[in-house]
Write a protein that binds this ligand. Structure first.
Ligand SMILES: *[C@@H]1O[C@H](CO)[C@@H](O)[C@H](O)[C@H]1NC(C)=O
Ligand SMILES: *[C@@H]1O[C@H](CO)[C@@H](O)[C@H](O)[C@H]1NC(C)=O
Ligand SMILES: *[C@@H]1O[C@H](CO)[C@@H](O)[C@H](O)[C@H]1NC(C)=O
Ligand SMILES: *[C@@H]1O[C@H](CO)[C@@H](O)[C@H](O)[C@H]1NC(C)=O
Ligand SMILES: *[C@@H]1O[C@H](CO)[C@@H](O)[C@H](O)[C@H]1NC(C)=O
Length: 408
């Protein structure tokens, strides 16, 4: 009896090796400084936007007071450019004393007092990408420093080292993070840099080592960037979608919603697509001035529910037309037999495109049919049987996002 149950369980469960530190059981959500604030260290002339404690505290206040924390955005993370140019005489890494006059421990305390978690950035090599001290030869020391400060997440970048070093450096730093005994969410750039340097990333090894891992180039504040990420995910190089699971998620990079480059359709496309592929949701936007449309989109409960589905399966592009510019994605959800479905139209020309697909074609075969909901506005989309079609119009650079629940 037990044996046969086990055999049944193992025959359909994929064998997943995720980092087992109890963190990132669903894709982590938060705020990350890079895309919007980059390496602005000019606090003298641009005090409101430079990388420093003031920026973090102001963003943390907005996250806690404006509904972002309640919606699930809990990490507030600094990217490159927070450290001082040099380590102290004992080799300890330090925050820049002018931009972080109260030190990192005090900042972590402040962030924690609001119910948020603090993220910091470090690098596997000798220097960070922007030339600040990297962690090479200091992995244990820096892990201990971060734990003492009360850091809850580390983004570990991949600049300024030999690519051969990744498969040693990333697991070794992870080993020291674990050794601190503080739960620290570990976000890596390993797969991305391996690819960028012409190596084949071993996604299985990356997923065993890191909670989240960037897989593709840096996002820019425009729709073309989202287009290229969607196409790359649709190709599913090396079947990287298969390693996504509770504890380990492919990271499609920051959300740029609310900045300068996306139309409303483009913003919905990013939000919906990041939900379909179970990506971490790290906003990089000025929360002090964000517009209402973007804020409501980032906090849309139905979209977030797809992203945060506890099954943790990454959706796949099951149909592609028009040279990959019309993609239909499905993602199985934890509610029995339910799916999320996205119809993504990547071209930026003309008028809304009429699309029509039979449920069978989408892999929805439940005989009694399904009840469909339009996700962004929550409206009822209709009920359909497997031999029937769902028909919709999708805008240029737009997305139609649906959920389908099996009918009894
Ligand atoms: C350290 O690793 C062990 C073994 O994978 C795991 O059980 C534990 O939760 C980890 N602890 C931390 C703090 O990451
Ligand atoms: C990839 O990593 C996994 C897990 O560490 C290992 O078992 C496998 O042999 C590696 N594959 C290759 C091609 O190196
Ligand atoms: C990816 O999966 C497909 C089918 O599921 C399989 O044919 C292919 O060999 C796999 N590729 C890799 C690199 O695992
Ligand atoms: C229904 O979908 C199929 C593709 O599955 C398509 O060929 C057909 O034209 C659609 N029917 C209508 C009425 O749109
Ligand atoms: C179908 O979904 C709508 C929301 O889209 C809901 O109001 C309705 O109760 C559902 N119907 C059934 C039969 O589940």
């Amino acid at each position: 009896m037990w044996n046969s149950l086990l055999i049944i369980a193992y025959s359909w469960l994929p064998i997943i090796h995720a980092l087992d530190n109890g963190l990132a059981l669903t894709p982590p959500m938060g705020w990350l400084s890079w895309e919007r604030f980059e390496c602005n260290t000019n606090c003298r002339e641009d005090p409101d936007n430079c990388i420093g404690e003031r920026l973090v505290m102001q963003m943390a206040d907005r996250m806690a007071q404006d509904g972002f924390l309640a919606a699930g955005y809990e990490y507030i993370a600094l990217d490159d450019c927070w450290p001082a140019r040099d380590r102290d005489p004992k080799g300890n890494i330090l925050p820049d004393p002018e931009r972080f006059p109260h030190g990192m421990k005090a900042l972590a305390d402040y962030v924690h007092s609001l119910g948020l978690k603090l993220g910091l950035y470090a690098d596997v090599g000798r220097h960070t990408c922007a030339g600040f001290p990297g962690s090479l030869d200091h992995y244990e020391q820096d892990s201990n420093t971060f734990a003492e400060w009360g850091v809850d997440m580390v983004k570990f970048d991949g600049c300024n080292t030999d690519e051969q070093h990744f498969e040693i450096g990333y697991p070794l730093f992870g080993f020291y993070l674990n050794k601190t005994r503080r739960p620290i969410m570990y976000s890596c750039e390993w797969a991305l840099y391996a690819r960028a340097k012409g190596f084949k990333a071993n996604y299985t090894a990356v997923a065993e080592t890191c909670n989240t891992f960037r897989v593709y180039g840096d996002i820019w504040d425009n729709y073309e960037s989202i287009q290229s990420i969607s196409k790359w995910y649709a190709d599913d190089e090396g079947n990287f979608s298969a390693v996504a699971a509770p504890g380990s998620f492919n990271d499609a990079d920051m959300l740029v919603i609310g900045n300068y480059g996306l139309s409303k359709d483009g913003a919905k496309s990013q939000m919906g697509f990041w939900a379909m592929v179970a990506s971490p949701l790290l906003m990089s936007v000025d929360l002090r001035t964000i517009d209402t449309f973007s804020k409501e989109l980032l906090q849309n409960k139905r979209v977030l529910k797809i992203n945060q589905d506890p099954l943790g399966v990454q959706g796949k592009a099951i149909i592609q037309f028009l040279d990959g510019n019309l993609q239909v994605w499905t993602r199985p959800l934890s509610a029995r037999g339910s799916f999320a479905i996205a119809i993504v139209y990547l071209l930026q020309v003309g008028q809304p495109l009429r699309t029509s697909f039979s449920l069978k074609q989408l892999g929805l075969t439940h005989q009694r049919g399904y009840n469909f909901t339009e996700v962004f506005d929550g409206g009822h989309f209709g009920s359909f049987k497997p031999n029937e079609n769902i028909t919709s119009f999708v805008n240029p650079s737009g997305i139609v996002l649906l959920t389908a629940e099996p009918l009894n």
